[in-house]
Design a protein around this ligand. Structure first.
Ligand code: GLP
Length: 238
């Protein structure tokens, strides 16, 4: 695991540069793309690189990371909608370059299985772009999640209901979600964990230096060679 400490003012550029360099080496890379606040500026910078002709996004493939259960695409809370608005559209991806994790079907288990099969058929993720949940969740792999947890439906913890209320309002956060499994995420050839802000300090310390435990799903990243943690000074402490 490599930790890169950067100034908050250059965080987005650094993140975009790391992703762009991977895409230069492998233009048809499979990316799984987190939503949440943290990666948004990074995605904006990536879109700028594309506009400047410094990034070719014509053959990459993006996979959605997680989805609220029973929230249709038309709902502003849809994470598929957010993935499309923040990444798929600004990077000009064609429909066939995006695999959603569908949270609004009548059979969530089947949706999870078909997403899993699509990732495996594509050869797995080349790069997982992840944010860090306040309780150490990756995607919506809520504690406890073992390193072999599969893509599945999960009930959100109280902590996630509270933290996600920032986006949707108290009492308005869906209580269940679908998430790409820890098995798929930890098998990614590279993982980029993006972390900013003082409010992430404690969970980042646990992620980097704490016990490796299902109670902190992000702690499994310690055991992987291919993890880059990009964090600002506030998240790392000075
Ligand atoms: C959310 C999402 C994650 C996201 C994380 C951190 O609940 N399920 O995919 O990475 O929490 O979000 P943020 O970047 O807004 O702190």
């Amino acid at each position: 695991m490599q930790v890169l400490r950067v100034l908050n003012s250059s965080f987005n550029q650094h993140g975009a540069a790391l992703i762009a360099s991977l895409l230069r080496a492998k233009p048809n890379a499979n990316l799984v793309i987190a939503t949440g606040n943290t990666p948004m500026g990074v995605y904006d910078e990536l879109a700028k690189l594309k506009l400047q002709g410094e990034l070719d996004s014509s053959s990459l493939h993006a996979f959605q990371l997680d989805a609220y259960a029973d929230v249709p695409l038309s709902d502003p809370r849809s994470l598929q909608g957010w993935s499309r608005r923040s990444f798929v559209e600004p990077l000009g991806l064609a429909e066939k370059q995006f695999t959603p994790l569908i949270g609004y079907s009548d059979n969530h288990e089947r949706a999870c299985q078909s997403y899993h099969d699509a990732v495996i058929k594509a050869g797995g993720y080349d790069l997982a772009i992840l944010g860090l949940g306040p309780n150490g969740h990756l995607g919506f792999n809520e504690p406890p999640s073992s390193k072999t947890s599969t893509t599945r439906v999960i009930s959100l913890t109280e902590e996630s209901l509270i933290s996600n209320a920032v986006y949707w309002g108290r009492g308005n956060v869906p209580t269940q979600a679908l998430t790409a499994g820890m098995d798929l995420l930890l098998a990614a050839k590279q993982i980029l964990l993006l972390v900013t802000g003082k409010h992430k300090y404690e969970i980042l310390q646990k992620t980097l230096y704490g016990a490796i435990t299902p109670e902190v799903p992000s702690s499994y990243l310690q055991a992987s060679q291919h993890v880059m943690v990009l964090a600002d000074e506030a998240a790392l402490g000075s």
